[in-house]
Every structure is written in structure tokens, then in C-alpha cells.
Design a protein around this ligand. Sequence first.
Ligand SMILES: Nc1ncnc2c1ncn2[C@@H]1O[C@H](COP(=O)(O)OP(=O)(O)OP(=O)(O)O)[C@@H](O)[C@H]1O
Ligand SMILES: Nc1nc2c(ncn2[C@@H]2O[C@H](COP(=O)(O)O)[C@@H](O)[C@H]2O)c(=O)[nH]1
Length: 181
Amino acid sequence: MNRVIVLTGPAGAGKTSIATYLKEKWQVPQVITHTTRPKRAGEVDGVDYYFETKDSFLLNHYLESVHYSQANYGSSKEGLEKAWQKSNLASIVLDTKGAETYQEILGDQAWIWYVTIKDVVKLENRLIARGDAKDRVMARLSAPEFQRDLNLPDKLQGHAEIIINDDWQQTCHQVDQLLER
Ligand SMILES: Nc1ncnc2c1ncn2[C@@H]1O[C@H](COP(=O)(O)OP(=O)(O)OP(=O)(O)O)[C@@H](O)[C@H]1O
Ligand SMILES: Nc1nc2c(ncn2[C@@H]2O[C@H](COP(=O)(O)O)[C@@H](O)[C@H]2O)c(=O)[nH]1
């Protein structure tokens, strides 16, 4: 059975870092999603995201799409199928609304991992250390989507692995254990 690890949780918690670890250590391909937000330094079109204009964003067929902190994001069925052609286990990084939709549509094929940290005040420092512009970090922290993603939604309670990503080595160990299981 094809499955997809859905990495969800608040911005800055480490979802993308875990997706990269899964790709490098476990050869788990990542589903590339689409966004209208500007590229961050070092991001590459077709690798980190498909970067879209407002018009080109509308041309794709989405399994689900959301508006998150001033930009649109969407994941396509084609993107998921492309990742599954490489491996029967893929990963995708989604906000909690997207994670709920994946759970509804894919059922047991969606393996939800909720990534967070104990002291959420530290998320701001992580976003700044990542190189995000200060005004965008501030806008993001006050966005209702960010506040919502600080908690695991009711619908996902009991259906998600919880990863408290305070210590990177411990997180890698937990990820290894989940995959070996
Ligand atoms: N355990 C950790 N300790 C300290 N810093 C970390 C840890 N895990 C990840 N980081 C760093 O925190 C920053 C944010 O991580 P990452 O981009 O993976 O978060 P994210 O959840 O994908 O965020 P977003 O939803 O905004 O894309 C990065 O600079 C990353 O290197
Ligand atoms: N529901 C969806 N959420 C997505 C998608 N692609 C990314 N995301 C989430 O958006 C926020 C912001 O991402 P960032 O890269 O700008 O920091 C984050 O929570 C991502 O998980 C998607 O296609 N659908």
C-alpha cells in the first residue's frame, strides 16, 4: 500500500528539516507543493516548492489548497503520484488544515506526524535564524493560522505521532524508530 507521512505543526517547528532527513537518510521522497509566497534565500523552484504567481497558481489541480499568512499553498494529486512512483512511502509538509484534509481523503494511507516544540516562544528565534525577513516573521506569528497550528486539531487527536523537536539528535532517533517499527 502506498503511504504518505504528513508532517504538520507550527511554523518553525522543524517539519521541513524532518522531511529533508527522511529524504537523505531513508530515501523517502518529498511531495513538492505549490505556493505564491516569495522564495527564501537558497530555495529552488521545483525542489523546495513550485513557486507560482497568483495567476499560475490557479492553473493546477489541487487535492487541497489553503491561504496561509498572506500566501496561497496547494498540493496536487499529480505531485503525490509522482512521489509514489519513486517509493511507496513519501512525505509532505502541510499546515494542520491540509493534514486534516489528507486524513479525510486518504484515511490509513496518511500517516500524520505532528511536530512541535515545548517552548513555542523559541519558534520566533528559529524563523529569524532561518533567515526569514523580520516583518514576515512578525506577520506570520500573528496570523490566525500560526496560532491554530500551535495545537493538534481535535480531528487528528489519537491519529498522530507526536514529535517534540527540542533536540535534533533525539528527533532523528525518534524518526528512525518510527520507520523501523
Ligand atoms: N531541533 C532543532 N533545534 C534547533 N533548530 C532547529 C531544530 N530543528 C530545526 N531547526 C531549525 O529551525 C528552523 C526552522 O525549521 P524548518 O524550516 O524545518 O521548520 P518548518 O516547521 O518546516 O517551518 P515552516 O512551516 O515555516 O516551513 C530552521 O533554521 C532549522 O534548521
Ligand atoms: N495545506 C497546505 N499547507 C502547506 C502546503 N505547502 C506548505 N504548507 C504549509 O504552509 C505553511 C507555511 O509554509 P512556509 O514554507 O511558507 O513556511 C507551513 O505550515 C507549511 O507546512 C500545501 O500544499 N498545503
